[in-house]
Design a protein around this ligand. Structure first.
Ligand SMILES: *Cc1c(COP(=O)(O)O)cnc(C)c1O
Length: 714
C-alpha cells in the first residue's frame, strides 16, 4: 500500500548515506590522519549500505506480507537499474582492461551475481538476492526464526570479512572460505550480508519490537562507540581481510534506523531518486575529476588533497543527480502540459483507474485464505467511485458477491445487470419485502424483532444474520443463542449467512487488539453453540478491510472489503500488519479556469478570510465543496497540485469554485489540470492525506464525492 505514513527521516538520511558511500571510495581524511580516515570511512561509513538495505526491507518485508507483488516490482526495478548501470560503466571497464582478463565468462557471471561489474555495483545484485532470500525465509519461518537464520549467514560472512584472520588460522575454515571466495570475491554479498538487514528493516516496519525514542538514541550512541572500538581493535590485530562487516554494526543499524522512523513528515520522493543517481554515478565523477585535474594541472589540489577531492566528487555527483532528476521531471511535465491545454475540458471530474481496481482485487484475493470469497462493498456509489463501473469491473474478475447499505442501491445494481449475491448491510423497510424478493436481494437481519417483521411479509427472502459482538450497533446479541436458533429453524426465513462486524480492527493498540480478539472469539463460540444444537452454521464473515489487513489469519467464507478495494487506507497514520501493494483507484481533478493578479492587502473569497500579504497570482479552479472538496480544508492548509507543484488553497472553498495561490510557481495558465486527489508527476496528494487534513477519514471523503461531476474511466 502507498505507505501513507511518511518517513521523512528515512528519506533525509539517504542523503547522508550517499555521501558516506562517496567517502568510502575517496577516503576524504587520508591526507591528514590515517586513523581518522579509518574510523570515518572504514567503520562509521559502513552504516550506509546496510541503511539502504534496511530501507528497502522496511517497505518490502512484513510478517503478513504473503503476497509477492511488492517483491516482484522491487526485483524488476533493481535489475533494470543494474542493467543500466552496467551499460554506463562499460567504457570504464574497457579502459581498465576488464574484457581482456582470463576466464572472462566465469568472472563475468561471478561479478554479475556477487561482486558487481564495477566495484560499487555489488550493492545492486546483493539487494536483489538479499531481498528474495529474506522474503522467502520470513515467509516460511516468521520473523524470529528468519532473524536467527539470517544472523547465522551474517556470522559466516563476518569470518570471511573483518574476522577472517581467525578463520585463516583454522585449516578447515580456511578451505571453506577458499571455496566461497572462488564464487564471490567477498562475503559482503547478497547471501551473507544483505538478508539480515532486510529482515531487520521488516521487523522495524512491523513494530515487532518496541523501543522508545530515548532508548533508541541511547542505544545508537552506545553501539556506535562500541562499533568504533571493535573496528579499531580488529584493525590493530590485523585480522581484517575486508572491513564491511562488524558485530556491532547490527545493533548500531537497528538503533539508527529505528531512531529515524520517529521523524515523520512529507515524503521526499525527489531525494530517493537523486541519492540513487549519486550512488550510481559517483565513481564516474571520480574518473572525471581525475581527468580534469590532469588536464588543468591541478592534481595536487583536486586529487592529492583528500578533502578537496572528496568535496569535488560529492559536488559533481550531486549536481549531476539533481540536474538529471530535474530534467527527467521536466520532460514528464511538458508531456502533461500539452495534454492540459486542450480546451473543452469538463469543469471537474473523477478519474477511475480500473487497472488499479483489478490489481487490488488480485492482491486482496491473494491475501485471503483459500476458499474465502471477496465480497465487494459498493455502498455509497462504491465510495464515490461509481457503483456500476466498479461492480461491473469486479464482476468481470469473477467476484460474485456484493454488499450495499440500502435496498435502492441493490435494486440499481440489478437494473444494471449485476448478478450474484447482493447483501444489504443495513435496515430495509419490511414493507418492501416484495422488492427484496423480486430483485433477489439478501437482507441483513438486524435484530430478532426485525426478523419477525420480515418473516411475516409472506416472501421467503434470503438473509444473513448479523451478530453484535461488541460494536453495539446492529445485530442479535451474541448471547441470544436461543433467538438465533429460532431464526435458523424458521421455515419462513432463508438464512444463507451469519456475520459480525469488528469495531476497532484498525487499531493495533494492545487493548484494542484484545477487544477485537474478544469479538472474534465470542462469534466463534456462538457458532460452536449453534453446532451443538445440531445445526450446521451458514457461511460466515467477520472482516472488513482492516479486519483483513490486521487479522488475515481468520478463515471465513467472505471478506467484506470496501476501502481497501479502492486502494487506500482510512487514515495516513494507519500501519496495518498486512502491507499490501494496493493502488488508489480514484483521482479528483479540475482545471484552472481563470488567472487573477491581486494586490497585497486584497482579499479573496467569502468572508474576506484571506488577505494577500504580497502581490499575488491567484488561479481559480472550477471545483467546490459540492463536488466533494471538504470546505474545512480552507482553514487547514489545504493544497492542490498544478503542473507537478503543490500550491495552497486560499480563501474559503465555495460550493462550486476555489482559489489557489500560484505566485511561486512558473507558467500556470488557464486550462491546466489541478489535482485535488491523485498524482501529478512526482507529487501526490493521497486521499488519506486530504481526509486527514479535513479532520475525517478517507471513507467519508470518498463517499461524499459530488454526484454532479463526470467520471472518466480508464
Ligand atoms: C461499510 C461496511 C464494510 C466495509 O468496510 P471497509 O472498512 O470500507 O472495508 C464492511 N462491513 C460492514 C458491516 C460495513 O457497514
Amino acid at each position: 500500500m502507498n505507505h501513507t505514513k511518511y518517513y521523512k527521516g528515512i528519506d533525509i538520511f539517504r542523503v547522508v548515506a550517499a555521501f558516506l558511500i562517496i567517502a568510502i571510495h575517496t577516503a576524504p581524511l587520508s591526507s591528514y590522519s590515517e586513523t581518522g580516515d579509518f574510523i570515518f570511512t572504514r567503520i562509521i561509513s559502513r552504516v550506509a549500505v546496510p541503511f539502504f538495505l534496511m530501507s528497502s526491507g522496511f517497505f518490502l518485508i512484513s510478517r503478513y506480507n504473503y503476497n509477492d507483488d511488492r517483491l516482484r516490482t522491487f526485483v524488476k526495478k533493481t535489475v533494470l537499474i543494474y542493467a543500466v548501470s552496467i551499460a554506463i560503466y562499460i567504457p570504464i571497464n574497457i579502459y581498465n582492461g576488464y574484457f581482456a582478463m582470463d576466464y572472462l565468462l566465469p568472472n563475468i557471471i561471478k561479478d554479475l551475481l556477487f561482486d558487481g561489474t564495477l566495484y560499487h555495483l555489488w550493492y545492486l545484485p546483493s539487494s536483489v538476492i538479499g531481498a528474495m532470500l529474506a522474503w522467502f525465509i520470513v515467509k516460511k519461518t516468521g520473523f524470529k526464526k528468519a532473524l536467527m537464520i539470517t544472523l547465522a549467514f551474517y556470522v559466516i560472512g563476518l569470518f570471511g570479512d573483518s574476522y577472517y584472520g581467525i578463520s585463516e588460522k583454522l585449516p578447515l575454515l580456511k578451505a571453506f572460505y577458499g571455496y566461497v571466495f572462488q564464487v564471490s570475491g567477498y562475503t559482503r554479498n547478497g547471501v551473507f550480508f544483505a538478508p539480515v538487514f532486510f529482515v531487520l528493516g521488516g521487523m522495524i516496519a512491523d513494530q515487532t519490537i518496541h523501543t522508545s525514542l530515548q532508548k533508541s538514541l541511547m542505544g545508537l550512541l552506545v553501539s556506535v562507540l562500541l562499533l568504533v572500538s571493535e573496528g579499531i581493535l580488529l584493525n590493530r590485530l590485523g585480522v581484517q581481510r575486508h572491513d564491511s562487516m562488524y558485530i556491532l554494526l547490527l545493533p548500531c543499524m537497528y538503533f539508527l534506523f529505528h531512531t529515524l522512523t520517529f521523524w515523520k513528515g512529507h515524503q521526499r520522493a525527489f531525494l530517493r531518486t537523486a541519492t540513487l543517481v549519486i550512488y550510481i554515478i559517483h565513481p564516474m565523477m571520480i574518473v572525471v575529476i581525475r581527468m580534469c585535474a590532469k588536464l588543468l594541472g591541478l592534481q595536487t589540489l583536486l586529487v592529492e588533497n583528500s578533502v578537496v577531492h572528496y568535496l569535488a566528487v560529492s559536488f559533481t555527483s550531486t549536481a549531476f543527480a539533481v540536474l538529471s532528476v530535474l530534467a527527467f521531471y521536466k520532460v514528464k511535465n511538458s508531456n502533461t502540459k500539452t495534454k492540459a491545454s486542450v480546451i473543452n475540458k469538463e469543469r471537474a471530474w473523477i478519474e477511475i483507474d480500473l487497472n488499479n481496481l483489478s490489481h487490488n482485487v488480485k492482491v486482496l484475493r491473494k491475501a485471503m485464505p483459500e476458499g474465502c470469497e471477496l465480497m465487494a462493498v459498493v455502498k455509497a456509489d462504491a465510495y464515490g467511485h461509481g457503483s456500476f463501473e466498479v461492480s461491473a469491473a469486479v464482476s468481470r474478475m469473477g467476484v460474485k458477491s456484493f454488499a450495499v447499505a440500502a435496498i435502492d442501491e441493490g435494486i440499481a445494481l440489478r437494473r444494471y445487470g449485476i448478478e450474484g449475491e447482493i447483501l444489504i448491510l443495513g435496515y430495509t423497510n419490511p414493507a418492501r419485502a416484495r422488492e427484496l424478493y423480486k430483485y433477489n436481494l439478501t437482507q441483513t437481519l438486524i435484530s430478532f424483532e426485525y426478523a419477525g417483521f420480515l418473516a411475516n411479509q409472506g416472501y421467503k427472502i434470503k438473509t444473513h444474520i448479523k451478530v453484535d459482538t461488541g460494536m453495539h450497533r446492529l445485530g442479535f446479541a451474541a448471547s441470544d443463542v436461543d433467538d438465533i436458533l429460532k431464526v435458523l429453524r424458521d421455515k419462513k426465513i432463508y438464512v444463507c449467512g451469519i456475520f459480525t462486524h469488528l469495531c476497532v480492527s484498525d487499531s493495533l493498540k494492545a487493548e484494542d487488539v484484545s477487544f477485537t480478539k474478544m469479538q472474534i472469539s465470542s462469534f466463534y463460540q456462538l457458532l460452536e453453540r449453534i453446532r451443538m444444537a445440531g445445526i450446521e452454521p451458514p457461511p460466515i464473515h467477520i472482516q472488513s478491510s482492516y479486519g483483513l489487513l490486521n487479522y488475515p489469519e481468520l478463515k471465513c467464507d467472505y471478506v467484506r472489503a470496501g476501502i481497501a478495494l479502492y486502494g487506500v487506507l482510512s487514515s495516513p497514520h494507519d500501519n496495518p500488519h498486512l502491507h499490501l501493494d494496493l493502488r488508489p483507484v480514484l483521482s479528483l481533478k479540475s482545471q484552472v479556469i481563470l488567472m487573477r493578479a491581486v494586490r497585497s492587502g486584497d482579499s479573496v473569497g467569502y468572508g474576506r478570510s484571506y488577505v494577500a500579504k504580497r502581490d499575488s497570482l491567484i488561479a481559480i479552479l472550477s471545483i467546490g465543496y459540492a463536488d466533494g472538496v471538504p470546505r474545512n480544508l480552507s482553514s487547514e492548509n489545504g493544497e492542490v497540485l498544478i503542473g507537478g507543484h503543490t500550491v495552497p488553497i486560499v480563501g474559503r472553498i465555495c460550493m462550486d469554485q476555489l482559489a489557489v495561490d500560484v505566485t511561486d510557481i512558473p507558467d500556470v495558465a488557464v486550462g491546466m489540470t489541478a489535482t485535488l486527489i491523485g498524482t501529478d508527476n512526482s507529487n501526490s496528494l493521497s486521499a488519506a492525506m486530504v481526509a486527514d487534513k479535513a479532520g475525517t477519514i478517507t471513507n467519508e471523503l470518498l463517499s461524499r464525492m459530488g454526484t454532479r461531476i463526470i467520471h472518466s474511466i480508464t
